[in-house]
Design a protein around this ligand. Structure first.
Ligand SMILES: [Cu+2]
Length: 135
């Protein structure tokens, strides 16, 4: 096999795995929040930051924040965010990865809707989020 063919073959083998390992992500399922907690099955982040739970709706825009929880750089399984207000069955929630940049204090959640402090991280210009429905 030529060196070029070998390099091409190596690239083909590596690319699918690399695509999966790259960048922040959040995974969550529709769930009951009757226990006062919203859970994300898995979150990957480049830096320490926050899981932020926004209200949302059919328009799929992030609304008021109803829960947040700290996350670490790397991958965290089963992240739990305690609700600060009631969420009813059928309500749609957007779970979003936020950073720790721009605020005055590290480890204190300083974000309010639209603020730069502890704002959302972006990957290729897109928010890192998933939408679930409370059951
Ligand atoms: Cu957000």
């Amino acid at each position: 096999m030529t060196r070029i063919a070998q390099a091409a073959l190596t690239a083909l083998i590596l690319i699918p795995g690399m695509a999966q390992a790259m960048g922040p992500s959040v995974t969550a399922s529709d769930q009951s929040v009757a226990n006062g907690v919203v859970s994300a099955a898995e979150i990957t982040a480049d830096t320490n930051g926050w899981l932020v739970v926004h209200r949302t709706g059919a328009h799929m825009k992030p609304g008021p924040v109803v829960a947040h929880a700290p996350i670490r750089a790397g991958t965290t399984m089963d992240v739990a965010a305690i609700l600060t207000e009631d969420v009813a069955p059928g309500d749609m929630l957007m779970l979003m990865v936020h950073g720790e940049d721009g605020g005055m204090q590290t480890g204190i959640f300083e974000y309010t809707l639209g603020a730069k402090e502890d704002g959302p991280v972006r990957m290729d210009g897109n928010l890192v989020m998933t939408v679930i429905t409370a059951e």
